[in-house]
Design a protein around this ligand. Structure first.
Ligand code: WTA
Length: 652
């Protein structure tokens, strides 16, 4: 790792990028929005703007109130009632689009399924009736721990149909991580599969679910999809095969009319402590936000094939594989496995085969493809693509340009979209028929959304200077709190700048007012676009009997944005060794999941601390990045640094 590749210097290059890309005229001519006055209109009356979008939905009971804002809690369209699935399914079928494809699905081994809107509606209703038979009622929480198979969106939609809030747990999380989420949400039902395919291997989901449920007390039933067909343990009376209960249900389950603020789902995400937080999203505002952003940012049309290549276990999949595209009646693509199975051109073969017109993915993926080489892309016909999106991390200009040229053939606008689990929907992004883009910039806040960059004291910083990103007015898909933890909600997002949402991201605006996102400013890391907290990994490490202390930092990484670097101090009598380093890595995997496996572990006799005993993270970050060290005078024992620098990290 060269010192040039560190975060701060990467950001300097970001800021000095001067190339601009106006929207291509042929794109503008057909764009869903091409009149820049939308910004002014939405700004003048943002409630009116959102109400207009909300009215494009189908309501059981129309709303009369738009926004009630008692900071930090918003209610949108509060006296209205609707059902998300009626908007995502029934209304399209009723409009004669039942035969339209909702999902082209491809399993990693190459098996394929095509689900029309009619199929999806029927399967959702059958699943909803099965949930009822299993005792799930409106308001009960359901945990979903599944591979990327069609039954996953079906399960989410079935819950939404009967008003049972669901929480999807990413299939890469461990049993222990799943247990924490089941415990916090007090889920009554778990929906899982025997396994899922990943890189040619089977992920033992049912086994993990069994181990998780054994640590919890609320689960009454487990609904299991048969995907991989390996042997699984079975608890009679509790476990039910999907194929035994769902197909025999009636494909008719009337959608519940739900209050606009009824909880749609909980999604756990990492914060700065060891416990993930349950982000609460509700019904009408969320749907309005994701439907509007899908339409205006991804410019979706009836003929489009939209592939958001995220996993549904993350918010990107919730909003832009499931609810946003389905609300717009769009055809989507779902793929179960990894991009290099069986070969490194899997994505491009999917694009060619289904004539994907819109691709949405993370910069890590793009940088990986760059590394693999453009020959994999060139083997395939990519001319169906017309728009490209990026999400999850800052995209460096080099990757942006490669994406634009090699994937997009130079003709596709790129939308670099900034948002978070908490925001529910994209908040900062180009509008592809309006915005002149700059490689590496997410450009401007979405119409009706107001963002600012402020200094420590909360004053707006002048253009050209860096600060913290804040959102200064409520938006419809915003989180409605942290589940069962009002204090943490207020503390995390609203206490630093009262009345303004603190995102936890560094940002700057250039002299043209463009936003440049600069990464997290807290202890949250982005590893290949996945959000993980340093504290969570530290607490996993210190739960190992041989570990006395641990400090984890995100080391800058050219492909994965950050890589996990752990400094570990052992308890007396234990010697560092490759074997122990491996054992600790696997220990972290068992506590959290493989996405949290440290790349480097550095054993050190002590951690550098201030006199008050605080670990000096900035210093450790500098050491991990091979940076010259800054001021170390606050160190309790200055020799510690030299000792650490003398040690060598053990790479995975
Ligand atoms: C980062 C993902 C730069 C950011 C949707 C944010 C981005 C965190 C971008 C949220 C972007 C997301 N440019 N950084 N376009 N999009 N981020 O909750 O640091 O997994 O705070 O949601 O991702 O991650 P989360």
């Amino acid at each position: 790792m060269s010192t040039e590749a560190t975060q701060s210097s990467a950001l300097d290059t970001l800021g000095s990028e001067t190339r601009t890309f106006p929207p291509p005229p042929e794109f503008v001519r057909q764009a869903n929005v091409s009149d820049p006055s939308i910004y002014e209109r939405a700004d003048k009356d943002f409630e009116g703007f959102w109400a207009e979008h909300a009215r494009t939905l189908t309501w059981r009971k129309p709303f009369t109130k738009v926004l009630e804002w008692e900071a930090p809690y918003a209610k949108w369209f509060a006296d209205g009632q609707l059902n998300v699935t009626e908007n995502c399914l029934d209304r399209h079928v009723q409009a004669g689009k039942g035969a339209k494809v909702a999902y082209y699905w491809e399993g990693e081994p190459g098996d394929k399924r095509v689900l029309t809107y009619q199929d999806l509606l029927e399967e959702t209703q059958r699943c909803a009736n099965a949930l009822k038979e299993l005792g799930v009622k409106k308001g009960d929480r359901v945990a979903i721990y599944m591979p990327m198979i069609p039954e996953l969106p079906v399960a989410m939609l079935a819950c939404a149909r009967i008003g049972a809030p669901f929480t999807v747990v990413f299939g890469g999380f461990s049993a222990e991580a799943l247990a924490g989420r089941i415990g916090d949400s007090e889920a009554k039902l778990v929906i899982t599969a025997d396994g899922g395919y990943r890189k040619g291997n089977v992920v033992p989901l049912k086994k993990n679910a069994d181990d998780a449920i054994a640590q919890t007390s609320t689960v009454e039933k487990v609904l299991v999809v048969q995907r991989t067909k390996q042997e699984v343990a079975w608890t009679a009376g509790r476990d039910v095969w999907w194929h035994d209960i769902v197909p025999r249900q009636k494909a008719d389950c009337p959608a519940e009319a739900l209050d606009a603020e009824h909880m749609l789902y909980l999604l756990y995400t990492s914060g700065t402590t060891a416990t993930p937080k349950g982000i609460v999203h509700t019904t009408a505002g969320y749907l309005t936000g994701v439907a509007a952003t899908t339409k205006l940012i991804f410019d979706v049309k009836d003929h489009d094939v939209f592939w958001c290549a995220a996993d549904i276990g993350w918010v990107t999949g919730h909003s832009y594989i499931v609810f946003g595209p389905l609300a717009n009646g769009v055809t989507g693509v779902m793929y179960e496995g990894t991009p290099d199975f069986p070969d490194k051109d899997r994505w491009w073969s999917i694009i060619e085969q289904y004539k994907v017109s819109i691709l949405y993915c993370a910069p890590t993926a793009i940088r990986t493809f760059m590394k693999w080489g453009s020959e994999y892309v060139q083997k395939h016909d990519m001319r169906s693509l017309r728009l490209l999106g990026s999400v999850g991390e800052p995209i460096n200009p080099e990757a942006w340009l490669w994406y634009q040229q090699t994937i997009g053939g130079g003709r596709c606008p790129i939308v670099d979209t900034w948002w978070m689990t908490e925001t529910g929907m994209i908040l900062v992004s180009p509008l592809p028929g309006i915005t002149t883009t700059k490689p590496g910039s997410a450009t401007f806040s979405f119409p009706g959304v107001q963002a600012d960059v402020v200094d420590e004291g909360g004053s707006s910083v002048p253009l050209g200077q860096a600060g913290y990103l804040v959102i200064t007015r409520p938006w419809p898909a915003m989180l409605r709190g942290i589940y069962k933890d009002d204090e943490r909600y207020r503390d995390t997002y609203w206490s630093k700048y009262p009345g303004r949402f603190f995102a936890g991201d560094g940002a700057k605006r250039d002299t043209d007012g463009y936003f440049w996102l600069m990464g997290r400013v807290d202890d949250v890391m982005k590893i290949s676009g996945h959000r993980i907290s340093t504290t969570e990994i530290e607490s996993a490490l210190v739960s190992h009997p041989k570990v006395a202390e641990a400090a984890v930092i995100g080391r800058d990484d050219p492909v994965t944005t950050q890589a996990i670097f752990a400094f570990v101090t052992l308890r007396g009598g234990n010697d560092s060794s490759d074997a122990l380093s491996k054992e600790l890595r696997e220990h972290v995997v068992s506590k959290i999941g493989s996405i949290a496996r440290p790349k480097t572990i550095m054993f050190t006799p002590e951690l550098p601390k201030t006199r008050s005993g605080k670990i000096m993270r900035r210093l450790l970050r500098d050491i991990a990045n091979g940076q010259p060290l800054g001021d170390t005078t606050t160190l309790a024992d200055a020799t510690v640094v030299e000792t650490i620098r003398g040690s060598t990290g053990k790479e995975a």
